[in-house]
Design a protein around this ligand. Structure first.
Ligand code: PEP
Length: 252
């Protein structure tokens, strides 16, 4: 089975409601050329319901939340549950973004709980992993990412794991303008696929979409997406401009 190519936008804490609706409309209006490509918009919670409505016009476009709480309900002021996310029709939740790990103290153990909660709600996690610059410079990046996957995902059974999308996002490349070279991306993606294969077998490994994230833009998307084990991108800055993101969608 050919695995899906995915262009996922992570809007982070950008766009007021009106701006977000306009962006979702502009992207949804674009006809995706390759029917094997899925477009995902990771919007703030405020935009989710409308984004789902807008995306109904284009079967290739799906909507993601950027986070959720690990518990399903209760006295957690300011938090958002998987049931709330599911109830507005979003299908994905971005988990473990490096900004959540750095600014909100999310660790591998907490993320394992969030992964379970997301899957139990019949949502799909886009699970982010990736190393800081010091770790890359020390040459231990592969072991570091392997540990993130083992501690947050590899407790799942094969059927559950098959619903996960992975996003490899080296922290030194996020929002910095520095992109991992296509060779660096391919090396890590290949290692990740091998780890999945060792744990779950080749069929599941070959069906898993592994996205690259870190300063993807129209000028570099084609080369990065052209790598054998790179199945698309999780895109921050360039997903905020409709024309840039559309060019990225058309880079497969
Ligand atoms: C991200 O936030 O997931 C990301 C990759 O950001 P940027 O594309 O801006 O580097």
């Amino acid at each position: 089975m050919k695995r899906l190519n995915i262009a996922a936008g992570n809007w982070k804490m950008n766009k007021n409601y009106e701006e977000g609706v306009d962006l979702a409309k502009a992207i949804t209006a674009h006809e995706v050329k390759d029917s094997h490509t899925m477009v995902i918009l990771g919007t703030p919670f405020i935009h989710l319901k409308t984004a789902v409505e807008v995306a109904k016009a284009n079967p290739n476009v799906k909507i993601a939340a950027q986070n959720c709480h690990q518990l399903t309900k209760g006295a957690y002021t300011g938090e958002t549950s998987v049931d709330m996310i599911r109830s507005v029709g979003a299908e994905f939740v971005i988990l473990g973004h490096s900004e959540r790990r750095a600014y909100f103290a999310e660790n591998n153990e907490l993320l394992a709980q969030k992964v379970n909660t997301v899957l139990a709600a019949d949502l799909r996690p886009i699970f982010c992993c990736g190393e800081a610059l010091e770790i890359r410079e020390a040459g231990t990046h592969i072991e570091f990412v392997a540990q993130q996957l083992k501690e947050s995902l590899f407790h799942l059974d094969g059927a559950a794991f098959a619903k996960v999308v992975i996003a490899y996002e080296p922290i030194w490349a996020i929002g910095t303008g520095v992109t991992a070279s296509p060779t660096q991306a391919q090396e890590m993606h290949n290692e990740i696929r091998q780890l999945i294969s060792d744990k779950y077998g080749a069929d599941i490994a070959n069906a898993t979409s592994i996205l690259y994230g870190g300063s993807v833009k129209p000028a570099n998307a084609k080369e990065i997406f052209g790598q054998q084990d790179v199945d698309g991108g999780l895109v921050g800055g360039a997903s905020l401009k409709a024309n840039d993101f559309i060019q990225i969608i058309d880079s497969f």
